[in-house]
Design a protein around this ligand. Sequence first.
Ligand code: DWN
Ligand code: SAH
Ligand code: ZN
Length: 412
Amino acid sequence: MSFPKQISGSRCRVCGGPVSEFFDFGRQPLSDAFHEQPPADELFFRLAVGNCSWCTMVQLMEEVPRDRMFHAGYPYLSSGSAVMRDHFGKVAGRFLETELTGPNPFVVELGCNDGVMLRTIAEAGVRHLGVEPSGGVADLAAAKGVRVRKSFFEEQVATEILAQDGPADVIYAANTLCHIPYLGSILRGVDALLAPDGVFVFEDPYFSDIVERASFDQIYDEHFYLFTVRSVQSAARPYGLELVDVERLPVHGGEVRYTLARAGGRRPAPAVAELLAEEHERRLTEAETLAGFGSRVEGIRERLVTLLRELKAKGKRVAGYGATAKSATVLNYCGIGPDLIPYITDTTKAKQGTKTPGSHIPVLGPEAFRDPYPDYAVLFAWNHAAEIMEKEVGFAGVGGEWITYVPDVCVV
Ligand code: DWN
Ligand code: SAH
Ligand code: ZN
């Protein structure tokens, strides 16, 4: 079943300009909708991506209603990776050292999830608030001593926070801003809530890395926008916010951390102009580049499906590793089901005992991976490759081989 769609049509969700579609992944389920028994009326939408010819913003052509994705049962836990725990501990440490040094500072995080970043702020005794609509993960944050408000951040909520707590020195969002189609409401909210010399810092997958690595699985329902320096700069400007810094990050397969401040308030770092120039040189959002990305994606599908069919024909045992949101795009776009990958293992309790959205592959606990080891494992959590391969040395030890598909299909 398809839900009643809010179709963004061919107008840009940011500036109202015309959006041209450049790739269609077809019918896709909601990427984090893991069900013990997939309902007969499982939800699907058309996952297609386009870019705006005015502001260049890359965005989905159809919008999934937010409460279908982010609700009490949202399964993703940010603290599930040691590398990410370390990353967010450092983010908090940096804020405490650089931005939260005035009298009685205040930091607000949008999409704080299970409190992976704010727990360090809470432990330091600094005033904070996490705004998190997904009730289950918000409860986990609260259990870590984090002050959480269970709601979607938007303009009205920002005004209420301002009335209750006063202005924020830092507003932070990791892997959250790109999830929010109503960017105008967010930026009006940031404008209302931010202290005069405060900063809005957010980090999200970088479209340039996605194109370079052909990591097409970063495109799914929750990732409504795929940001570039150029599109972020132009989205912020009408709200009196200026892009004053950018920093490339290695996490989640390549991200950029953007820092916005009130226009004229801070001198932009040279990195902003440098990365803008690099995007221009790469012709990042030009039709030819986007068409090339599409061709690479089709090639990856062909090679991955062929490999899995060959392994099956040879009687090899293949498992999936990491029931990621990203894997929904790969599995459903490639038409891979339990016939080619009989199970996927994942450490997230809420995903275990369920079936993957749309493709209906059983998700098992991590112990199933070792009992016995498969011959091959498709690494759907490829962004955590170093951490996982270190943890699973035993797999390579018995001759097991990893299959990855970023930046191309490869057996390691
Ligand atoms: O943007 C988003 C990112 C931050 O998180 C959200 N829209 C949803 C989610 O995306 P994802 O599911 O693709 O994220 P990850 O971090 O790639 O997911 C890793 C998955 O793999 C989790 O389900 C946990 C699992 N895992 C595992 O089984 N063993 C992870 C590690 C590190 C492991 O060792
Ligand atoms: N910041 C975490 C979580 C990313 S997952 C990390 O980087 O790992 C995206 C999160 O954004 C989810 O927890 C979801 O519930 C939350 N979210 C979605 N829309 C939101 C909104 N409008 N305001 C605040 N959080 C939102
Ligand atoms: Zn636009």
